[in-house]
Design a protein around this ligand. Sequence first.
Ligand code: IPD
Ligand code: CA
Ligand code: CA
Ligand code: CA
Length: 257
Amino acid sequence: MLKSTLLEAVQSAADEVRRFIDLDFKISNKEGVNNLVTEVDHASEKIIIDTIKKNFPDHYILTEESGEIYQDSQYKWIIDPIDGTVNFAHRIPICCISIGVEHNGKMILGAVYNPFMNEMFLAERGCGATLNDRPISVSKKEKVENSCLVTGFPYTYLDMPNGPLEVFDRLIRRGVPVRRLGSAAIDLCWVACGRFDGFYEHKLNAWDSAAGFLLVEEAGGRVTDMKGSPYSPYQPGIVATNGIIHNELLKWVNNEI
Ligand code: IPD
Ligand code: CA
Ligand code: CA
Ligand code: CA
């Protein structure tokens, strides 16, 4: 029931997002230059919330655009109605719907769906991770210098002077390919399926990483904060890898290499 509700919510929201890619839609600015939100983000979020409430009226819901619907529940749904809004607003088909479900503070289910590539990433605690129903696993790369990495940058980072650019600069000076897709949830899923060997980002919110975290773990990878402590969706920094390069990538992001 939990999983079917998750899939129903993701698929119905995705239908709405897909429908709008060739239509006009309203784009507004949140705080921060080019921090966009579209009417489609709101429409997607409404569909997801309605679907959850219909099936689980007493569950706790946390979303990017509407905030919290607090309920004293063991279950918490963590929702990003469009991850990659700037891409979507520019009609770049790299964006997704991302939903993670926590039970007693542990992520137990995660789904990330890119409707434009028709890629559904799904993970269930203890049952592995899949892409369009096929099992996926992380890569086997052993060194950062042979890896293909991905990162993201906050909308503005006047409040955190050089961190993200310093790490990026050192990596690319040494010739390590570092991509920037513009959707943290997809970044994590692409680590889970081995397209990328590692991902790091300095400042994310719970809805950006909740589902993708479980995808990486269930695909055999490792996810921590930037110091190597256990991942929590409620702290900003994240490092996610195939596990093998994890300690080395932690050194890179902490300027120890
Ligand atoms: C953003 C994306 C992006 C990341 C930003 C996020 P949004 O989410 O995940 O990749 O770099 O930090 O805010 O705003 O498109 O949902
Ligand atoms: Ca997001
Ligand atoms: Ca979003
Ligand atoms: Ca946003």
